[in-house]
Write a protein that binds this ligand. Structure first.
Ligand code: HEC
Length: 310
């Protein structure tokens, strides 16, 4: 029990602030009480047995003193008693006695009773069903799986809001973000990328569901400010969510810098270019993330032109 309680503490730390831990704690306490009760009961039974034995012994001695002889009753232990009771049915050899009179073309009815252990389980299942119905559907004491799901989702949402509120406030946004080249920060950015972005952009940035991030063509503008803005606001209508609620500004700065550091890495099987060649210094309209063709110099090639030229 001590080990369980220690484990519980480590657990509580891991998921601090999650309300789920209280119920785990509750079960541990209930388990503890239950086991203690079992031990106390067992000890009480042993003491009782001892007392009975002493009383009987005394009675036997007195009877002997009076010259009487007491017959010991035949001993049967509770388990064999239980077994005979649980399997109480007329044995096969004696079935003749319980065969009913009617006879349909040789088919006769044997009126043996169901094994009591089986009936016991059947009755218990009926009681269980009634209790279950009452607890889950009539009184709603316990939540149904769908409600449980909703509760957990709410808890997770609250926890996420709390995490966000506790995140160190940083005033990095798309207007003042700067490219970082510190390898430590870039490797942090890479980690964020692998965890969140690789599913759509591939681990090497070569593109999949999302566009190739290693070439010089950009749909929403290259350069740290545009890339940061794309990551922050996302392109929800095209399947890329806004990462603002999930990543801190510093994380977005790191991952944006990592994305830019991929330029020219030319991974195998990369996706074809999409968008326009980015001229450094251009600011792409970031409010709605629409591709703003006016922001691109007239002499830059579009992806289609580039392909046609090849
Ligand atoms: C569910 C898939 C998905 C995930 C996950 C995803 N993206 Fe995207 N991303 C896209 C799609 C699709 C586009 C193209 C949007 C468009 O067509 O306008 C895109 C576009 C981009 C662009 C703009 C590319 C350009 O050419 O202008 C950048 C930068 C980018 N994503 C970075 C990221 C980063 C960083 C992450 C992780 C934090 C990420 N993406 C996660 C699907 C995804």
């Amino acid at each position: 029990m001590m080990l369980l309680l220690i484990g519980q503490q480590a657990w509580a730390q891991e998921s601090a602030s999650s309300a789920g831990t209280t119920s785990v704690y509750f079960y541990v306490v209930v388990g503890f009480v239950f086991v203690t009760a079992l031990i106390v009961l067992r000890v009480a039974m042993i003491i009782l047995k001892l007392l009975r034995f002493m009383v009987k012994d005394q009675a036997r001695k007195q009877a002997e003193a009076r010259g009487e002889i007491i017959e010991e009753p035949v001993k049967t232990n509770w388990w064999s008693k239980f077994l005979t009771q649980a399997n109480d049915a007329v044995p096969v050899e004696e079935e003749e006695a319980i065969i009913l009179d009617h006879n349909y073309d040789g088919i006769r009815e044997l009126d043996n009773h169901l094994p009591p252990w089986w009936k016991g389980i059947f009755y218990v299942s009926i009681v269980f069903a009634v209790v279950y119905l009452a607890v889950y559907h009539v009184f709603g004491t316990m939540p149904l799986p769908s409600e449980e799901y909703a509760i957990e989702m709410n808890e997770a949402q609250e926890a996420a809001l709390l995490r966000q509120a506790n995140m160190p406030k940083s005033n990095i946004d798309e207007t003042n973000v700067e490219l970082v080249d510190d390898p430590a920060l870039l490797s942090k950015g890479r980690q964020v990328f692998i965890n969140n972005c690789a599913a759509c952009h591939r681990e090497d940035g070569g593109g999949g569901i999302g566009p190739n991030l290693t070439d010089e063509y950009w749909l929403h503008g290259g350069g740290i400010k545009n890339v940061f803005a794309t990551i922050k606001h996302g392109v929800p209508e095209k399947g890329m969510i806004s990462w603002e609620p999930l990543l801190s500004p510093t994380q977005m700065q790191n991952v944006a810098s990592f994305v830019i550091s991929l330029a020219g890495t030319n991974p195998d099987n990369a996706k074809d270019p999409q968008g326009e060649v980015y001229q450094s210094g251009e600011e792409v309209e970031i409010i709605d993330n629409a591709v703003d063709s006016t922001a691109v110099e007239a002499d830059s090639l579009s992806a289609d032109d580039a392909q046609a030229a090849l």
